[in-house]
Design a protein around this ligand. Structure first.
Ligand code: PHE
Length: 334
């Protein structure tokens, strides 16, 4: 009877222990066989009780093995070597897109919704694509607007100063209608400070087709600022770029709700966000597009500046310092 109690109380979640238990009672040299062997030594009067006792022990042991086996098998399916598959997962630590990438992706997404594709080009450029094709011949004073890094004193090879060079390449290779934006890194030989760096990022846009007008440009910009900043009030101020005529700077009305707004907009409520204009016909012709048939508009903005603005970051150098405490703050924004 004490064996029956022990059998009934036995429990395990380990396969090996269950096997040990089975061998102990039901194995060839197990207790039960031993008890059966002793049967012939039992007094005839006790044989009946003895026989019943070992039979119920046998039954109890067999039932126990069966019961524990099914239990172990069913939990095998959920646990086993893979652990409990029904447990909720643990969050995996993953990185985040850099704030510059986040802003770039948003700009791409907004323009792709109105039919612009994305084009890219080399950061090391030649004079033609960065300057000459864009109406900036050698010794043109406007070249000084973008202080240039040359590679190994070769005046023909340089680090691109804007992604307008990609637009030139795109026009050389594609026929209108053209709707493309060109994001990328650009370089200018400027003193590094909180507000400017010797490299930064741009997205420039180009639209060339028959009958493209300044009104189309303004409408596109208004769509963009509404989607990007939630601000639809814009103004265009006359400006100058060698590759566009007429040219303009785009200001967004940011409003004056907080002290930061006041500072950012120098108290006027207007914030400059990009340059734009109608592509100069000479530029179209330089790129093999017939300017008597086609017209176009172009615009360009600095991604870093927009990211500074959106997140109210005080120093542009933070973008390239790779300080994890800074970068981690952009994890859940995207
Ligand atoms: N390429 C100009 C710059 O880098 C921006 C621009 C692009 C202006 C297209 C007008 C049209 O400053």
């Amino acid at each position: 009877n004490k064996h029956i109690d022990a059998v009934k109380e036995f429990a395990t979640t380990e396969k090996a222990q269950l096997e040990e238990f089975r061998v102990k009672y039901l194995g060839k040299k197990g207790l039960l066989n031993e008890f059966f062997a002793q049967f012939k030594l039992v007094e005839p009067a006790d044989k009946k009780a003895y026989g019943q006792a070992i039979n119920s022990l046998k039954k109890a042991a067999e039932e126990k093995v069966k019961e524990l086996r099914t239990k172990l098998e069913s939990s095998d399916q959920t646990q086993g070597q893979y652990g409990d598959l029904t447990r909720p997962g643990e969050a995996i630590e993953i990185g985040a897109n850099h704030p510059i990438t986040q802003v770039k992706n948003r700009v791409i997404e907004i323009f792709s919704r109105v039919g612009f594709n994305v084009s890219e080009g080399p950061e090391i450029e030649d004079d033609w694509h960065n300057f000459s094709a864009l109406n900036l011949p050698e010794h043109h004073p406007a070249r000084d607007m973008q202080d240039t890094f040359f590679i190994q004193r070769d005046p023909d090879i340089l680090l691109r100063t804007h992604t307008s060079s990609v637009q030139v390449r795109y026009m050389e290779e594609h026929k209108p209608p053209i709707r493309t934006i060109s994001p990328g890194r650009v370089y200018r030989n400027e003193a590094i400070s909180a507000r400017s760096h010797c490299f930064f990022h741009q997205v420039e846009g180009l639209y060339v087709d028959e009958d493209v007008s300044f009104a189309d440009l303004k409408q596109t910009l208004q769509y963009f600022t509404t989607e990007m900043f939630g601000k639809s009030k814009i103004r265009l101020r006359p400006s100058y770029f060698p590759f566009t005529e007429p040219s303009a700077e785009v200001d967004v009305y940011w409003g004056l709700e907080t002290e930061t707004d006041y500072k950012m907009t120098k108290g006027t409520g207007w914030l400059e966000i990009m340059g734009c204009g109608m592509v100069d016909p000479a530029v179209l012709d330089n790129c093999g597009i017939d300017s008597s048939r086609y017209s176009g508009f172009a615009f360009g903005m600095g991604i870093d500046r927009i990211a500074l603005l959106l997140h109210q970051i005080p120093d542009i150098r933070m973008f390239s310092e790779n300080d994890i405490r800074f970068l981690e703050q952009f994890k859940r924004i995207n």
